[in-house]
Ligand binder design. Structure first.
Ligand SMILES: [Zn+2]
Length: 215
């Protein structure tokens, strides 16, 4: 079986996302790129029933190499990201509730907490386009420029990284960040951190290998 480790890691990640409530039902999709191949979740399989064998392997042009089922309808999104961003090795897309709610309210995730600095710059909201379309993929690639996360308007969240563990962690942090903003803004008008402070934190995080500080 091709990309065995990647396919097994995708199953584990999907089940973690499901348990954590970051995806509901069969929503969301996860992929890993190794060389010219992409392992990606199939369409419409409940994560409790997902196995490594059911995770398909495709070429960067979308052609199936070892895929018993149809790929996620968002395959164009994953492939467009890998094509545009050679350093990206994993993509996680969720419909996590706070990120999805916020994607319908703002054009950029407000700087309510210094964790906004962990994604390489302000997290932008890509304009809405129908799911599974090349237009949505283009919009997301644009919003992801120089970043490791974006929201897709009225749809959900996308995080990317060199590896799947980090892309998954970023999806959890992004959801937490969006949730904090929604809670704060439902209780009042949140104070936001100035761009200079976010830039300073970003530089500090970069010094720590992009890991958030414990304090
Ligand atoms: Zn989606």
């Amino acid at each position: 079986m091709l990309l065995t480790d990647a396919r097994e890691a995708i199953v584990t990640t999907c089940q973690d996302l499901s348990r954590a409530g970051l995806v509901v039902g069969t929503a969301g999709n996860v992929s890993v790129r190794e060389g010219d191949l992409v392992a990606v979740t199939p369409s419409g399989v409940r994560y409790a029933e997902l196995t490594a064998e059911l995770v398909g392997v495709h070429r960067l042009d979308g052609a199936a190499v070892e895929a018993p089922l149809a790929p996620t309808s968002e395959l164009p999104l994953h492939l467009a990201i890998y094509t545009a961003r050679l350093e990206v090795g994993a993509v996680v897309h969720t419909h996590s509730p706070a990120a999805t709610a916020l994607s319908a309210l703002v054009d950029e995730v407000p700087a309510v907490h210094y964790y906004v600095a962990m994604f390489g710059g302000p997290v932008l909201v890509a304009p809405y386009a129908t799911y599974g379309t090349d237009e949505l993929a283009r919009n997301a690639v644009q919003a992801l420029r120089d970043r490791t996360a974006c929201l897709m308007g009225n749809h959900g969240a996308v995080t990317v990284s060199h590896d799947l563990v980090t892309a998954h962690d970023k999806s959890v942090y992004l959801e937490w960040l969006c949730d904090v903003y929604l809670r704060a803004s439902s209780a009042g008008v949140p104070r936001l951190l100035p761009p200079a402070e976010i830039a300073a934190v970003a530089a500090k995080l970069a010094g720590y290998g992009q890991r958030p500080p414990s304090a």
